[in-house]
Design a protein around this ligand. Structure first.
Ligand code: SF4
Length: 301
């Protein structure tokens, strides 16, 4: 079969699956939580990305700040000439000013912070970590004071979907302009906790649309949405990211092109042939369809 092409421009290194939170919606399976990669392996990936001509690199996890070598790794990426060096983190350790400064000094120049509510009790419940809101919120404040680019990741689930607009209001008032909304994927913890956290996409979209309108009204950067197909947000289809142009290396060392390799876990339906987005759309997660069926997905003419 002929391989499809995808223009990769970002290399995301999942540095381990260890974490200092235990989010109800985490897609990592519990048994994998101890997996950690060596400094040598990660540096090899950095060099591989350079060899492929990719200019942007990121460290994610699990929680990458649990690695003692995170400063060494970002210094290495900086030395190798990467333009953008991104850290995707729950921000717990960045609540400490010194730690935050040290990360910036080491070369990280983009911070993707996972925070799932502006209401402390909801965030702490979703992360199953008491006090996590306070620390992550402090991390965001520290980064703003350091003039660092910050994007917030908000995983949408049953307990927080009604508050997405207020979340945007709260953090845009603090100076955040980049928001990324991720509909949870039902694997790992999220699959085990599906009875507690699952919610249909069509229930969340009214709140998501309201939040995207606020983002437009306030003239913030375009908010983006993951894991929701175009047909459930037709007027906002430009916000639904289906192509990531990203290569990922995981602790299992599987190198993936997420756009092409992730397709196997998704499904499209016969009626999708009549949809104007058919060519651009990669479909719906199979695990979602197993839980909620396929009735919500109808072609856009
Ligand atoms: S192709 Fe199918 S799943 Fe994708 S947007 Fe159209 S109807 Fe929805």
């Amino acid at each position: 079969m002929k391989k499809e092409k995808s223009e990769v421009n970002f290399f995301d290194i999942m540095s381990s699956y260890k974490c200092n939170q235990n989010c109800l919606f985490c897609s990592v399976e519990y048994q994998k939580r101890k997996m950690q990669r060596s400094t040598f392996d990660i540096k090899k990936d950095v060099l591989e990305a350079k060899k492929e001509g990719i200019k942007n690199i990121g460290f994610s996890g699990g929680e990458p700040t649990l690695r003692k070598d995170i400063f060494e790794l970002s210094r290495f990426a900086k030395k190798e000439g990467f333009k953008l060096i991104r850290l995707q983190t729950n921000g717990i350790l960045l609540a400490y000013d010194n730690y935050c400064n040290k990360l910036v000094d080491s070369g990280i120049n983009y911070f993707k912070i996972s925070i799932h509510s502006h209401i402390p009790e909801i965030h702490d419940y979703l992360t199953q970590t008491k006090g996590s809101f306070k620390q992550t919120n402090k991390a965001i404040q520290n980064l703003i004071e350091l003039n660092q680019p910050v994007e917030l990741n908000y995983v949408i689930s049953k307990h927080n979907y009604k508050f997405i607009p207020q979340f945007v209001e709260y953090f845009s008032n603090k100076g955040i302009s980049k928001f990324c909304f991720i509909y949870q994927i039902y694997c790992g913890n999220a699959y085990d906790n599906k009875r507690i956290i699952s919610v249909k996409i069509s229930e969340i979209t009214p709140f998501l649309k309201e939040a995207l309108n606020i983002i437009d009204d306030y003239d913030l950067d375009k908010g983006i949405v993951f894991n929701i197909p175009f047909c459930l947000l037709p007027k906002y289809h430009e916000r639904c990211v289906q192509i990531f142009n990203t290569k990922v290396s995981t602790p299992e060392k599987i190198m993936q092109n997420v756009d092409l390799d992730g397709k196997e876990d998704k499904i499209k339906f016969d009626r999708c042939k009549n949809c104007k987005y058919e060519k651009k759309c990669y479909g719906v997660w199979k695990t979602y369809v197993k839980l909620f069926g396929e009735k919500e997905f109808n072609p856009i003419k």
